[in-house]
Design a protein around this ligand. Structure first.
Ligand SMILES: [Cu+2]
Length: 347
């Protein structure tokens, strides 16, 4: 009997060991994946830089510490039950087990859940509180797969970049030109979905100047991953300066190469889809290129904005960002360098 049990126990342990060995790589892999999410340049709500995200961060830590406390408590009770198990010790007071279950099993969880619920309601209300009338208002429209950015009452547009004055609550009105997208700037604000036929509102406030990476957070097709944006929080004076220049005509070409580049741009199909302020190019299918030279990326985070990638993008944007709405352009290779220098001069 005794040896039989022991044999079973040994078999069970070695079975457990085999299982552990089998799943170890999977567990390690998942762990690494989770850690990869913490990579230095990945924006995180747990590194909040603005009012909205700070609320979420606070709730996250509240839930985290409540979970830790509950876990520790349950483990302690388990240990207690093992040490003082029935028939082995008289230390257990079995006089009123019902009261114990009612308090620890029902009362405490109800109090915890109600507390968390209360904090949740408080934060929901804070997140829903729109900025005062007269706040800077940005109109952001989601396209497959880039962000069109305009400012209320100001002519001109930019793309994949939202500039805001630091420390101010900025209203953001969200629309979609096609499918469902979601506007998410983890360090500043939780997600807001962009719904066809509706205008959704959210707000942004950055407590310190800087660049905050945003991302479409609702799967919207092939290039969903390349639908990033950058929120740039600047001191008010810098922001004002930039905003007053937004409606101005784009910088005129200054060198012969830039002049030839502009001609090439206006003669090719580009002008039908893109706007360059102050020229005949007034298309709205693709991003406004009036300040392209200053953009942080090409194709909403697809590639860096440098001469090489720009040439590749113009020649065939489909190899760079397959499926995007810009068809390959039959630009004469001899004219490409001029076109590149013209576009890079726009800032
Ligand atoms: Cu998306």
């Amino acid at each position: 009997m005794w040896t039989h049990d022991r044999g079973r126990a040994v078999a069970a342990t070695s079975g457990l060991r085999a299982t552990r060995r089998r799943y170890a790589p999977v567990v390690a892999g998942c762990g690494l994946l989770l850690l990869a999410g913490c990579a230095g340049d990945a924006p995180s709500t747990l590194d909040a830089a603005g009012g909205g995200a700070r609320r979420v961060e606070g709730l996250w830590w509240l839930l985290f510490w409540v979970s830790v406390a509950v876990f520790v408590e349950v483990m302690a009770l388990l240990a207690w039950a093992l040490v003082f198990r029935r028939g082995r010790s008289r230390a257990v007071d079995r006089s009123d087990p019902i009261r114990f279950v009612a308090v620890a099993g029902a009362g405490v969880p109800v109090v915890i859940l109600l507390t968390v619920y209360g904090f949740g309601l408080r934060d929901l209300a804070a997140l829903g509180a729109q900025p005062a009338a007269g706040a800077v208002t940005v109109d952001v429209t989601g396209h497959k797969w880039w962000w069109e950015v305009r400012y209320d009452g100001v002519d001109g547009a930019t793309a994949n970049e939202v500039r805001i004055p630091v420390g101010e609550k900025v209203r953001v009105r969200l629309r979609t030109a096609d499918v469902l997208h979601s506007f998410w700037v983890p360090q500043l604000m939780p997600k807001t979905d962009l719904i066809a036929g509706k205008v959704r509102e959210t707000w942004l406030r950055a407590d310190r100047p800087g660049e905050y990476r945003g991302q479409c957070a609702e799967y919207c097709g092939l290039q969903h991953a390349h639908m990033a944006l950058l929120v740039v929080a600047q001191p008010r004076a810098e922001f004002d300066d930039w905003l007053t220049r937004l409606p101005a005509p784009a910088r005129a070409p200054r060198t012969d190469a830039e002049r030839r580049g502009q001609q090439a741009f206006l003669q090719a199909a580009c002008a039908g889809c893109h706007t360059v302020r102050g020229t005949a190019a007034a298309g709205t299918v693709g991003p406004d290129l009036s300040q392209l030279g200053a953009r942080w990326s090409l194709g909403a985070g697809a590639v860096p904005n440098d001469a090489g990638h720009l040439g590749g993008w113009i020649a065939n944007a489909q190899t760079v960002k397959p499926g995007n709405a810009m068809p390959p352009q039959p630009v004469d290779a001899a004219r490409l360098p001029d076109l590149i220098s013209y576009l890079r001069s726009l800032r």
